[in-house]
Ligand binder design. Structure first.
Ligand code: RIB
Length: 298
């Protein structure tokens, strides 16, 4: 069973030939809206990968709430631990530019109301997997990791969006997934040194005894573990929208581990799924099915 403790939101996305400069108004070429939030995206990805999945988080009581939960609900994610609060549902304003790159500003809304108590009450079981990100309060993320440790569940921390105050949590989570920028910022926050990224990843493993995975966009992903390094490729694709690709990686990765696959095979599946998620606009609508990922890997 995968439990995702994290954010739920609704994304409003404009598409333009390039990203705007500060103070500039651009005429866009398109608009899409749909469910998002890093936690919810990862939950849907885990479910589409075939894992039994539960979401722990919060939405508001506004018109965005049912829209934010729509695909999780129709996809069969257990929403019994999603609370309703008076704060507005989380919203993300997203710009997607010509080559698929993006800029995102989130308004946390109800995601900021997730408490350590709610996190500690997440029904985790020994051998299960807990996925966490940093769009809810850090105290709740810390409580979730402690709860996982207490029952013998595997915690997987995705350091997005990066927050230096949360860097220490990487020492406690069983596995951390960071993109290149997040990992570089984490090294600064944790004082990890080394001539290159590989050396700094090794320094992280030496200090924490944990596994770190750094996603490299079109170059795949690399893991440093107490038993050595693992590299996997990405698919050769032309991205049109990279929003949600990292979440798809995390959801597929957690689901693969939960089904008993080894770390390298799980990373390979996650990397392929993350690549496929770049081929359609939007976050959740772009998450590939298990059959699509199987076909791409075959
Ligand atoms: O990782 C992509 C997500 O980040 C978007 O769906 C948006 O909601 C923001 O939280």
């Amino acid at each position: 069973m995968i439990t995702v403790l994290g954010s739920i939101g609704f994304d409003l996305t404009t598409i333009s030939d390039r990203l705007p400069l500060p103070g500039e108004t651009l005429v866009g070429t398109g608009f899409v809206s749909g469910p998002g939030g890093k936690g919810a995206n990862q939950a849907l990805a885990a479910k589409r990968a075939g894992a039994e999945t539960r979401m722990v988080g919060a939405v508001g009581k506004d018109a965005f709430a049912p829209q934010a939960l729509e695909l999780l609900k129709s996809g069969g994610v257990d929403l019994s631990k999603v609370e309703e609060h008076d704060a507005p549902t989380g919203i993300a304003l997203i710009f997607v530019g010509g080559t698929g790159e993006n800029m995102i500003v989130i308004s946390q809304g109800a995601n900021a109301t997730v408490t350590p108590q709610q996190a500690s009450a997440a029904p985790l079981a020994s051998g299960g997997h807990l996925l966490l990100q940093l769009e809810i309060p850090i105290e709740a993320v810390a409580a979730g990791i402690m709860q996982a440790q207490g029952v013998g569940a595997v915690s997987i921390l995705n350091t997005a969006p990066f927050n230096p105050s949360a860097a220490n949590l990487m020492m406690d989570a069983d596995i951390t997934v960071a993109n290149e920028t997040e990992f570089d910022l984490a090294c600064e926050a944790l004082g990890l040194e080394g001539a290159d990224r590989k050396a700094r990843m090794q320094a992280f493993v030496n200090r924490s005894g944990r596994t770190i995975i750094v996603t490299l966009g079109g170059d795949g992903a690399v893991a440093a573990t107490p038993n050595g390094f693992i590299s996997v490729p990405a698919l050769k694709i032309k991205p049109i929208d990279t929003v949600g690709a990292g979440d798809t990686f995390c959801g597929y990765f957690g689901a693969a581990l939960d089904s008993g696959l080894d770390l390298e095979t799980a990373m390979r599946r996650a990397s392929a799924a993350g690549s496929l998620a770049c081929l359609k606009p939007g976050a959740q609508p772009a998450i590939p099915s298990k059959a699509e990922v199987d076909a791409a890997l075959a």
